[in-house]
Write a protein that binds this ligand. Sequence first.
Ligand code: WQD
Length: 343
Amino acid sequence: MRVLVTGGAGYVGSHTVLALVEAGHTPVIADNFSNSSRGVLERLELVAGVPIECHEAELTDVEATERLFRVEPIDAVIHCAGLKAVGESVSAPLEYYRNNLVSTLTVADVMARHGVRRLVFSSSATVYGASHASPLGEDSWPLESSNPYGQTKVIIERMLTDIAAAHVGWKVALLRYFNPVGAHSSGLIGEDPRGIPNNLMPFIAQVAVGRRDRLTVHGDDYETIDGTGERDYIHVVDLAAGHVAALDHLDAMTTDVRAFNLGTGASTSVLQLVRAYERASGRTVPYTVGPRRDGDLAVAYADPSRARAELGWMATRSIDEMCADSWRWQQNNPSGMSSRLAN
Ligand code: WQD
């Protein structure tokens, strides 16, 4: 299938593009490069071994989005584009609601006009909020996030559910990511956050490579194995494979819309991840313990059984592999995507 991957130059999007090529699909990237680098395209083509079509496009713009569907027929959409920093969403809710909701409505509207009925949506475990205990199951109810970013995912899941119910033949998979980490084994693409990383793994990686002095551990007084927060970290290559499994499953879905947790079902604490990264990199990761971060949960991990039963997909890569692949990417690209490619 010819698959439009919105946000395809981003962290999850770019790994999904590679997984699509490996599965025999033809990915088409649409990205506004607001949180990604144009340099990723050359790297993707190096790994994929084939040219990859890429269009710069602002998906809140109907005409720009229309053009993506006019070039050649699109068979399905994997919608990864969106603003995704939890803390930033609290200080800029208007931008988050506008960008994430309007871009999704625009994509869905243009899909409907062009008779495209297959959609895989990048949702998040943040939709479960703080009111459900782990392991988190897809039927947890109600869904309510503690931050505007997560609320955009809750609202979009509901929008797409209503749209699919009103349009005959639509099939929509809602993929609730847990904590994506790691990088493609080539070391050519990986997580490349702009500015100070919000998330744990890229922060650890930047300390290990010497870009930052030390990690601040956000609290060590939680009711967890060692007092620090526990999360379900999933290798981004496993996550990308989950997108292809969902895409290939859409036609067999017996409902218009189906949510799937993409997680491992295991949890790892902050300090456990620090130690794993030190083993993988051979570097020391200095840290200090600071106060808890507002909105943080003590523990969050998936019940991944539905994706295994219905998509035939499960995460296979270990925490040590996640750290080793992340370190290879970070060591080869100390300045991220702007690092010069080795000849
Ligand atoms: C993990 C753990 C922190 C940074 C967020 C989003 C979620 C998804 C993944 C998009 C927590 C601790 C972190 C640091 C730390 N993104 N930590 N020092 O908050 O579980 O999930 O990213 O979909 O939607 O909510 O991930 O990596 O920020 O935090 O101690 O410098 O690491 O307290 O326990 P989180 P995270």
